[in-house]
Design a protein around this ligand. Structure first.
Ligand SMILES: [Zn+2]
Ligand SMILES: [Zn+2]
Length: 246
């Protein structure tokens, strides 16, 4: 007859010796993948438990999937540090924890001054059996009508407020960064007119490169750009797409 299993107990925290870091429920961690060539798994600790002697420590985790691990695979709009909070729970040995990491909300990720190795972001929950995402709708931008990838630079049209990839408006990122004003194709005739007026209004200004725009002076550096180092995009509700199911 098998010996009755010793009761296991829940630990408030656990120090992972090799990395000398203390983890607790709610922390996000990197875990050693079964396949050594793969990047570390990203998980959120739900619970930590040990046997009655405090040994054989196991972590109950909820996996984050990387885009390439999802049924639909990585798409162009997925950021390099994007992960999806899955419905896939697991129990792993605490010894497979390689380090701690931070999974930011999309908004806070786009506001980071610098993105470190341990920074990730999550904007979707992912159903690992159906491949469905929640939310299943996402705002799209630019002529290419793509959701925002925070790794990509975008420039905002002063007319319609939509955002554009430099490549989609036949510019290099460097050219886009040097823009003083930007009006998209659809807004450009109107935009030119407005610009003309603003030039006239500031004709007597001693600074040639400043243009009067909506009540204030705006220099080239103030033209709105988006990359992961600046704020998030405003949600444009009229341009939402439903993510395809796999
Ligand atoms: Zn585009
Ligand atoms: Zn426009």
């Amino acid at each position: 007859m098998a010996k009755p299993k010793a009761p296991r107990r829940t630990l408030d925290s656990y120090t992972v010796k090799p990395i000398n870091r203390t983890v607790k429920a709610g922390d996000c961690v990197l875990m050693r993948p079964s396949d050594q060539g793969k990047p570390s798994y990203v998980a959120r600790i739900e619970r930590i438990e040990a046997d009655s002697r405090g040994a054989n420590v196991k972590v109950h985790v909820r996996w984050y999937y990387r885009p390439e691990e999802s049924l639909g695979g990585r798409r162009q709009f997925h950021g390099s540090k994007e992960v999806f909070l899955s419905d896939h729970y697991d129990v792993q040995s605490a010894d497979t924890i390689e380090g701690k990491c931070t999974v930011h909300s999309f908004k806070s990720y786009t506001k980071l001054d610098a993105v470190g190795n341990d920074d990730f972001f999550c904007r979707f929950e992912y159903n690992s059996s159906t491949g469905a995402f929640n939310p299943d709708r996402v705002a799209v931008y630019c002529k290419c009508e793509m959701p925002y990838n925070p790794d990509d630079l975008m420039v905002q049209c002063e007319g319609c407020s939509d955002w554009f990839h430099p490549a989609c408006i036949e510019m290099t990122p460097e050219e886009a960064k040097r823009l003083d004003h930007f009006f998209c194709e659809g807004c450009s005739s109107e935009g030119q007119k407005k610009l003309q007026n603003s030039h006239n209004a500031s004709r007597n200004s001693d600074t040639k490169h400043k243009h009067y725009v909506s009540g204030g002076y705006k220099t080239a550096s103030e033209v709105n750009f988006k990359s992961k180092r600046s704020g998030d995009l405003e949600l444009q509700w009229w341009k939402l797409v439903v993510l395809p199911r796999v």
